[in-house]
Design a protein around this ligand. Structure first.
Ligand code: ZN
Length: 429
């Protein structure tokens, strides 16, 4: 066995003891970082002041902006000579965030991925195609080394050339794939066009962007896989932080390596099980870059500890990011809710774009979606009927009036990496 399987199911007092020990270690490790020395001094906390897990609330939060401000190496707790790899996160705004890994960090990370892969039922003999970017993005190399650790036959196909990807799945008898859910949708679309046989596939692992249960149904039907949700962020190693087990009802977050809190994103107040808020994580075993109470920006909630698989600590699937959340005329809207509605309507496709404008001081949301040719006889009345239906369904779910434009199938952009479906054009008016 390449990791301590007992850790996966550790629970109760034994788990708390381990978490507390590791939290104290992390605090000491964080003391090597100038930023934390300063912050801890400001709040007057020393490692010895942490006596129970609840004392974590005395510690300051770490925000993504703090990491940006520390660019490039301000958050390293070890000399650069001990860092054996560097990844960066995509810098959508400003500087990227740098993440460093010691040799031990890479081992821990590969172990976590291996845990996830075996949890969904993969083992030696499976052929795994990893269809994500292998560069600075952590999804590529992260999954790669975990998969090799399990003994899967790994195909590092990375992104691009969808027809070639499909050919490899067929020719190599691929049983499991990993990619973004939007790319999986693209893969299914192209496979259908060229009548490709993907019948060797059993398992699809999708992550790096939020996706809905209706999209799961669609992907499973089109690709013939059982689809699992994968969660991770680069600042916490990368993928492998939490993963769905075979119950596929929430994600197990690896409690021996990550201490989890849910907070109100506005007030910072701690929320209880079943209350939706921002996920805050304190990694417990990170050497090169320890973090205290890292605000992920991802919106989820803690679920009760009664998964039939016996592993503790689950979070709900991510419904969006606190910074993805759109506020339209005072109503909170996540792009994933729009996707969920559209996937339920057979008359339209699964590609969409959202445009937000401010017209006469009022927010207006316009959704472009492709109509489905099977429901269009050529009569304009068909389009009017479909459009009315989409508007009504969106209003029922979002409690918001929207403008819907139907466009030709195939005319909207397809995404290979993270989808960018929302264009907010509201300036200051
Ligand atoms: Zn489970």
């Amino acid at each position: 066995m390449f990791w301590n399987e007992k850790m996966e199911r550790l629970n109760g007092a034994e788990l708390e003891k381990l978490q507390l020990k590791r939290l104290k270690w992390t605090l000491t490790q964080a003391g090597q970082v100038g930023f934390y020395r300063q912050r801890l001094k400001e709040v007057g906390i020393r490692a010895g002041d942490i006596k129970t897990l609840n004392d974590i609330r005395k510690l300051p939060f770490t925000r993504k902006q703090d990491l940006r401000d520390g660019y490039p190496f301000g958050f390293l707790a070890v000399p650069l000579s001990k860092v054996v790899r560097i990844h960066t996160t995509s810098g959508t705004t400003g500087k990227p965030t740098v993440v460093g890994y010691t040799r031990k960090d890479l081992e821990n990370w590969a172990d976590l991925i291996a845990r996830n892969l075996t949890m969904v039922g993969l083992k030696e003999g499976d052929v795994f195609q990893n269809m994500v970017n292998y560069g600075m993005f952590t999804g590529g190399l992260g999954f790669h080394y975990g998969a090799e650790k399990v003994g899967l036959t790994v195909i590092p196909s990375a992104t691009g050339n969808t027809k070639r990807q499909i050919e490899m799945i067929h020719d190599f008898g691929v049983t499991a794939i990993h990619c973004t859910p939007s790319y999986a949708m693209r893969l299914a679309e192209v496979a259908e066009e060229i009548h490709a046989d993907l019948s060797s596939l059993k398992i699809g692992m999708f992550g790096a962007e939020p996706w809905s249960d209706s999209m799961r149904g669609e992907l499973e039907r089109k690709l013939g896989v059982t689809a699992f949700d994968s969660y991770g962020i680069s600042e916490l190693y990368g993928p492998g932080v939490a993963f769905e087990c075979q119950e596929r009802d929430g994600l197990h977050i690896w409690h021996d390596c990550y201490l989890v809190e849910i907070i109100d994103p506005v007030t910072g107040e701690t929320l209880q099980e079943g209350e939706r808020g921002e996920l805050v994580v304190t990694p417990l075993v990170k050497e090169a870059m320890p973090l205290l109470r890292y605000r992920t920006g991802d919106i989820t909630m803690l679920l009760s500890d009664d998964c039939p698989c016996g592993r503790p600590q689950k979070i709900a699937r991510i419904t969006g990011r606190s910074d993805d959340m759109l506020v339209i005329r005072g109503i909170n809207v996540f792009p994933s809710q729009i996707e969920h509605v559209l996937l339920r309507i057979p008359e339209v496709g699964n590609q969409f774009m959202v445009y937000i404008d401010r017209i006469n001081h009022l927010d207006e949301m316009t959704i472009e979606v492709e109509f489905n040719h099977d429901y269009f006889s050529g009569e304009l009345a068909d389009l009017a009927r479909i459009q009315k239906k989409v508007v009504k369904e969106l209003r029922d779910t979002l409690e918001l009036r929207t403008t819907v434009k139907l466009v030709e199938p195939g005319s909207l952009p397809r995404f290979e990496g993270k989808a960018k479906r929302v264009i907010d054009r509201r300036g200051v008016d």
